[in-house]
Write a protein that binds this ligand. Structure first.
Ligand code: SF4
Length: 323
């Protein structure tokens, strides 16, 4: 991996659950519970896990759209977590986000030109008038849309086109890192590949670095250099993509992989069906969080949390089976 552009160190986010007469903190949702990873410049790290595992919260804490409860985030050697509001706003130019829902993330009352150009105005990157319009048209064409889309409204576009508008908005400030928060989950399967291909082309063209969040491994397989798997607020395995797909070392990764369709009909893979749902993050299970659903759980797993251990260069997993 090239030198880290982004470093996440022991990130924690607990949300208070308030109740009672004085709205006191009664309990805490352990959304993110000590997540650490790095992403090299120009690299794509896939971050995968079921709904509610904390992956989107991790992405938002990195950008400080949500304030982390503890831990550090470093971008290009600078502590993001220590920045004041003013400095954070400047850093927003380097770190952008593409949201999951292309229907909800675009203001229906703004034209496409205003949506894409808003950040150009905020960061004073283009003078109003001809220069502004030329920049926005160039951004539209970069994501495969047309100049005559400039004065239209979001409802006039399909889901895939709206996600392209969201991508153009993120690109407007020439970022170096983009958090792609489930950017294709709300799209038809036929459109998903087009958007992923676009993101790959843009990465090459603009030397972008991606944190690509998804809830299943099949989506990130093509685009990721490395993949991190999250379960109940913790990273349970992280490895180079090919290694994770061919030789997973955590039972949860194995179960997720068993659900990924294989294009070759002669290759059979046995589906591992996990029992039950993801447990309540207010009261996560003791020891290994995965033990109530793990087909290999041992007595030790109920009491002793497994540590993330290096098993091969760049391949870490948190499971007692690897001891
Ligand atoms: Fe399963 Fe135990 Fe490994 Fe957890 S530590 S994944 S419960 S075998």
């Amino acid at each position: 991996m090239s030198e880290a552009l982004l470093r996440v160190d022991g990130l924690v986010k607990h949300f208070p659950v308030r109740g009672g007469l004085f709205a006191r903190d009664l309990e805490r949702v352990h959304a993110v519970d000590g997540v650490s990873f790095e992403i090299g410049a120009g690299e794509t790290l896939g971050l995968v896990g079921e709904s509610g595992c904390g992956k989107s919260t991790t992405g938002r804490c990195i950008l400080r759209l949500i304030e982390p409860s503890a831990g550090e985030v470093w971008f290009d050697g600078r502590s993001v977590t220590a920045l004041d509001r003013h400095a954070l706003r400047r850093l927003c130019r380097d770190m952008q986000i593409i949201f999951q829902d292309p229907y909800a993330s675009l203001n229906p009352r703004m034209t496409v030109g205003s949506i894409i150009g808003e950040a150009l105005v905020i960061h004073r990157l283009a003078k109003p008038g001809r220069e502004f319009e030329d920049r926005v048209v160039h951004l539209l064409e970069t994501v495969g849309l047309h100049a005559d889309h400039l004065r239209r409204y979001p409802h006039e576009f399909s889901g895939g086109q709206r996600q392209r508008i969201g991508i153009a908005r993120a690109l407007a400030v020439s970022p170096r890192l983009i958090v792609c928060d489930e950017p294709v989950s709300a799209l038809d399967v036929s459109i998903q590949a087009q958007v992923i291909n676009l993101l790959e082309d843009l990465q090459e063209q603009f030397k972008l670095t991606y944190l690509f969040i998804a809830h299943d491994l099949s989506v990130v397989e093509h685009i990721s250099d490395r993949v991190a798997v999250m379960y109940l607020g913790r990273v349970v395995e992280i490895a180079p993509a090919h290694e994770l797909y061919t030789a997973p070392r955590h039972p949860y990764t194995e179960a997720l992989l068993s659900a990924v369709p294989i294009p070759d009909p002669t290759v059979k893979r046995q589906r591992i069906v996990l029992q039950g749902d993801v447990p309540n993050p207010i009261r996560p299970p003791s020891g290994c969080h995965f033990h109530p659903r793990c087909p290999h759980a041992m007595e030790r797993c109920r009491h002793e949390p497994p540590r993330l251990k290096t098993l091969a260069p760049g391949h870490l997993a948190a499971c007692h089976l690897n001891d």
